[in-house]
Design a protein around this ligand. Structure first.
Ligand SMILES: O=P(O)(O)O[C@H]1O[C@H](CO)[C@@H](O)[C@H]1O
Ligand SMILES: O=c1cc[nH]c(=O)[nH]1
Length: 241
């Protein structure tokens, strides 16, 4: 069956899917696969399939923000994906988790609008524990840089408006950093009965003035993205055993 938005056929989608915001990152991930094929590039959704150490997987970009990303997660699941891993970037709340660090998200604060329209207030957005553990072990085994696991915050806003995002409160409550799609991934996975996890590379500090200082295009961030891609692919292999 053809998925109307991703423009992929369900016959082509395997049980494992690695997802990321940026279509270019999807292409980089696909470059690590054997027998790789590009299935579609529809809107912001670019999908490849291939194998990694013998395990079949799809790689799809989901764009920026929860509503569009949820379309991607839903269609991948409808097409047959049973384990979804997000490989993303995030802003850090902590000086000891600087740019270049990796964080495995064990749960996400639902400050987004999308999941409020999917599930009631109080419903948690949590990673599958096996997926999170496989990601954490794989990231640690790569052996470079800071690797942490913990709660992340999913926002809809990237650049501040007149309202202020209460970053200090999330930080005081123990959140490690902020990004824009993990809560959607965890809630959609929960509703559809599949497993999901996420790893993010920190690309700066989220409570800095983003407009003036945000620069995700540094070598430090690129190295961390490379490590998290390798960690995610190793995690897929572990989980498939
Ligand atoms: O690097 P990706 O996967 O896109 O993730 C983060 O980067 C984007 C913001 O620049 C948002 O999508 C956020 O979640
Ligand atoms: O959403 C995001 C992603 C990366 N860095 C941030 O500060 N925010």
């Amino acid at each position: 069956m053809l998925m109307p938005i991703l423009q992929v056929n369900s016959e082509d989608i395997p049980e494992y899917a690695v997802v990321c915001g940026d279509p270019k990152r999807a292409e980089v991930i696909s470059g690590k696969l054997d027998d790789v094929r590009e299935l579609a590039f529809s809107r912001e959704y670019r999908t490849f399939v291939g194998t990694y150490q013998g395990v079949k997987l799809a790689v799809t970009s989901h764009g920026v923000g929860s509503p569009g990303a949820a379309v991607c997660f839903e269609e991948l699941i409808r097409a047959g994906a049973k384990t979804l891993i997000r490989v993303g970037t995030a802003g850090s709340y902590h000086a000891d988790i600087p740019a270049g660090s990796l964080v495995v998200s064990t749960a996400a604060v639902r400050t987004d609008g999308l999941t409020r329209q999917l599930v009631p207030d109080g419903f948690p957005a949590v990673a599958d524990s096996e997926v999170a553990e496989a990601l954490y072990e794989s990231a640690l085994s790569i052996g470079e840089g800071v690797v942490r696991k913990g709660i992340t915050v999913t926002l809809d806003v990237f650049f501040n408006g007149v309202e202020k995002v209460p970053h200090q409160k999330y930080k005081a409550a123990g959140a490690l950093g902020v990004e824009m799609e993990i809560a959607a991934l965890y809630v959609v996975a929960a509703i559809r009965g599949v497993r999901a996890g996420a790893i993010v590379a920190m690309d700066g500090f989220a409570d800095a003035d983003l407009a003036a200082e945000y620069d995700p295009n540094t070598n430090v961030v690129a190295d961390a993205v490379e490590r998290e891609i390798n960690a995610a692919l190793q995690a897929v292999v572990k989980l498939a055993k």
